[in-house]
Design a protein around this ligand. Structure first.
Ligand SMILES: Nc1ncnc2c1ncn2[C@@H]1O[C@H](COP(=O)(O)OP(=O)(O)O)[C@@H](O)[C@H]1O
Ligand SMILES: [Mg+2]
Length: 278
């Protein structure tokens, strides 16, 4: 279980996360939605050890993640994808996955050097290939990541998050920029990743995707949890609808706008969808 316990994050005078508490359960898909700037990526960055919380605790199976260096957070069982793709363009797809498994502490490196046989390497490679296979991109294993189409790179990012067999996997806008078909494919993959031991967090603007795959939704607005519930409860929540557009019935408009190529450009104020932001 991944818990954000009264977490606050300030960047100078800007309070990005304001006393937010979330409980993310294994076995289910938990969506976090909210307007741009709500603090969604900041939650991921804090959990993954990129930012330290100003106050509050983030716990994975009772282990306080904020007390760990970044590489230990990954070893503690947390993996994530980035809103903006971060692959090594000059490495092959397989190498990008293997990098995710490289031990980053010196003692482990030494231990591994003493232990590591050709067989271990093969096992690692086989595990990576198995994940590529599951995501339908095994044929891309030896291609340079930089040479792939955008949608393929998004899947490689997902594969890289799956390979370490995490306990919690945080996906930051995995469908952004994908077309209809690619989004459907991604949806199937996310559903297939569901497992009793894995907590999946899905951050998205595509309401159709969110409503169809998530079991629970947190709505974040200006760094605070505005609402939490089932997709149905969130869809019918008047407060949430007002936060999105300032009027009830707004969810349908959001969904319509998020469909297809339009989600390439994330919904932002000024595009006709304001999420109640100034
Ligand atoms: N590294 C950073 N330095 C300063 N401010 C940041 C940084 N990252 C995010 N912020 C600020 O924190 C707030 C939340 O941003 P973010 O978490 O990216 O929102 P979201 O992912 O919901 O769009 C925004 O006001 C943003 O400007
Ligand atoms: Mg973000």
């Amino acid at each position: 279980m991944l818990v954000f316990d009264h977490v606050t994050k300030r960047f100078g005078a800007n309070t990005a996360i304001d006393d937010a508490s979330l409980t993310i359960n294994p076995g289910v898909i938990t969506a976090i939605i909210g307007p741009n700037g709500a603090g969604k990526s900041t939650l991921v960055n804090m959990a993954a050890g990129s930012f330290r919380a100003t106050s509050g605790r983030i716990l994975l199976d009772g282990v306080e993640l904020q007390a760990l260096p970044k590489y230990r957070v990954a070893r503690a069982g947390l993996s994530r994808t980035y809103q903006n793709i971060r692959l090594f363009d000059g490495l092959t797809v397989l190498q990008n996955l293997e990098v995710a498994l490289v031990p980053r502490s010196l003692p482990r490196l030494i231990a591994q050097a003493l232990r590591m046989t050709g067989r271990d390497e093969c096992e690692t490679r086989d595990a990576c290939r198995a994940v590529l296979n599951r995501l339908g991109i095994a044929h891309l294993a030896d291609r340079h990541a930089g040479s792939l189409a955008y949608g393929q790179q998004k899947l490689v990012e997902l594969a890289r998050a799956v390979v370490p067999r995490p306990r919690a996997m945080l996906l930051d806008e995995p469908a952004a920029g994908l077309n209809h078909g690619e989004t459907d494919e991604l949806k199937a993959h996310i559903q297939a990743l569901r497992s009793p031991d894995l907590a999946i967090v899905l951050i998205e603007h595509d309401m159709k995707l969110i409503m169809s795959v998530s079991d629970e939704i947190y709505v974040l607005a200006q760094g605070s949890v505005l609402a939490h519930g089932t997709p149905e409860a969130i869809r019918d929540n008047r407060q949430v609808q007002e936060a999105y557009l300032g009027q009830p019935g707004a969810m349908g408009n959001i969904e319509a706008a998020a469909r297809g190529r339009r989600n390439r450009v994330r919904i932002r104020a000024g595009e006709g969808l304001a999420w109640g932001q100034p």
